[in-house]
Design a protein around this ligand. Structure first.
Ligand code: HEC
Length: 167
């Protein structure tokens, strides 16, 4: 949204100008969700990403963020949560977890870790808040897992958009 005034009006910025700016900000705030809603109108041949999704997957192929998430997941999470987010006897299937967790809950758990003290289960989710490889790539890890959880991405090493089939 453009908030600039016609050039000739600029020197007359007074207390009314200030009110005008506050009003304009209010309008901008209200109109943003409307604009987002308009952007997400489904279209033929639209990629799986409709503007609301935290990932880009087209015909089962991923952009570099999702691919990065796949790799970081493999480096940091797979040993407990199993290949492809599918879970293990030690840690839950994140593909299922993300069907009911919010992104904020996901981030909090990864940053702070967790131990379920109400059960006999002694398995620990470590805190990754001091691990830059996880913290700096958390959006990508979330995007990858969310694409898996939403069922738009199969198991295994994803193919990248634009790559040859043998890649
Ligand atoms: C050392 C093993 C281990 C590693 C490594 C690990 N986790 Fe966990 N994680 C667990 C365990 C065990 C739990 C269940 C903890 C509980 O029940 O309190 C868990 C729980 C979670 C949950 C909550 C799931 C739910 O359904 O409530 C999320 C989200 C999560 N882990 C994400 C990650 C991510 C992302 C990574 C990699 C950056 C990761 N974990 C690495 C062991 C691990």
């Amino acid at each position: 949204m453009r908030l600039d005034r016609p050039t000739g009006v600029a020197p007359r910025l007074t207390i009314f100008g200030a009110f005008g700016a506050i009003f304009a900000l209010g309008v901008a705030t209200i109109s943003l969700p409307l604009a987002a809603a308009a952007d997400s109108t489904p279209a033929a041949n639209a990629p799986a990403n409709d503007g609301d999704k935290p990932y880009v997957v087209q015909n089962g192929r991923v952009d570099h963020h999702v691919f990065n998430g796949y790799r970081r997941y493999g480096d940091n999470c797979l040993r407990c949560h199993g290949p492809d987010g599918a879970g293990s006897s030690y840690a839950p299937a994140l593909v299922d977890s993300l069907k009911h967790m919010t992104k904020e809950q996901f981030e909090n758990t990864v940053i702070n870790g967790r131990q379920d003290v109400n059960t006999a289960n002694q398995n620990v989710m470590p805190a990754f808040g001091l691990n830059p490889d996880v913290v700096e790539n958390l959006d990508d890890i979330y995007g990858y897992l969310k694409a898996r959880s939403d069922g738009v991405l199969g198991r295994g090493r994803p193919k990248k958009i634009g790559d040859d089939d043998d890649n």
